[in-house]
Design a protein around this ligand. Structure first.
Ligand code: SF4
Ligand code: SF4
Ligand code: SF4
Length: 272
């Protein structure tokens, strides 16, 4: 039974966040929201322990569809980066600001880029494409992410500076249009670079938060050098080109790890 402690611990952590936010913000929604996400992730970890091949994809669909359809389209919450700037400028600690604080800014100190592997609704679609393992070497164009990051910030700041009315409605449409653009660019890049995660590697503005924070992540894949036979299988199956056998925090592409566990599943010596 000991092996089932991780999903239980995960559920407890999410329940603590759910109850704390419910009581401090006096809003039942947080209880429902974080309980649902916690249950989905715990279920995925449980399936992973049971060695179910599609465990990660199930969590991705459970959380990603919930965020995209329920939160975005039904509740009209822009949970993309523009929504984060919007709430930040209005000084409200709600919806997107809480989401960013938990999943993308402070959470990565604990669970790295787990968001990218298990919850992101953009990657949820991109991971269906055929290039699960990159077909080409990595390009040195990651600087594009800073342009998309600055563009999103300037776009929302300009709305506030120009005192545009009904920004909330604009945010809803920005969510729809932004997602359509992300999916289109993500799919095109995946085919051009033969890499499902090309969008994550070069374009996604959220990585400007995720990468530095996940550098310090408590949860990370480590290699047991005594067991490793340097077969290189782990690096071959890694969608993010991480030098996973190097245990230092400075390992090549270390802040790109999305904790997908492909390396762990494929290591013939259980060294990871
Ligand atoms: S890098 Fe961006 S698009 Fe890719 S999974 Fe992470 S948040 Fe989603
Ligand atoms: S797959 Fe396992 S044994 Fe092979 S190089 Fe990676 S960690 Fe070492
Ligand atoms: S294969 Fe391993 S190193 Fe690569 S992203 Fe997945 S968990 Fe991280």
């Amino acid at each position: 039974m000991k092996k089932y402690w991780p999903p239980v611990a995960m559920l407890v952590i999410f329940e603590i966040v759910a109850v704390t936010l419910w009581l401090t913000k006096d809003n039942m929604f947080y209880l429902f929201n974080f309980s649902y996400i916690g249950l989905s992730i715990s279920f995925g970890v449980f399936l992973f322990i049971r060695k179910y091949k599609h465990a990660r994809r199930i969590v991705q669909l459970l959380v990603g569809l919930y965020m995209l359809i329920y939160m975005g389209l039904i509740c009209n919450e822009n949970m993309q980066i523009e929504g984060f700037w919007y709430y930040l400028f209005t000084g409200v600690f709600e919806a997107a600001t809480i989401h960013y604080a938990v999943a993308k800014i402070f959470g990565p100190l604990l669970f790295g880029r787990g968001w990218c592997g298990y919850a992101c609704w953009t990657a949820m679609v991109l991971d269906f494409l055929p290039y699960k393992v990159p077909g080409n070497p990595r390009k040195k164009i990651g600087w594009i992410r800073y342009i998309t990051f600055a563009t999103s910030l300037i776009f929302v700041a300009a709305l506030f500076l120009a005192k545009v009315g009904n920004i909330e409605r604009i945010m809803f449409w920005a969510f729809i249009v932004g997602n359509v653009i992300y999916y289109a660019v993500g799919i095109i890049l995946a085919y051009v670079f033969k890499d499902n995660r090309a969008f994550c590697k070069y374009i996604c503005p959220i990585t400007v938060f995720l990468k530095p924070m996940s550098y310090f992540s408590l949860l990370r894949i480590k290699c047991d050098k005594d067991k490793c036979v340097s077969c290189g299988k782990c690096k071959k199956v890694c969608p993010m080109n991480v030098e996973v056998t190097d245990n230092s925090r400075k390992r090549l592409n270390g802040t790109e790890c999305i904790l997908c566990m492909e390396c762990v599943r494929n290591c013939p010596k259980d060294a990871l």
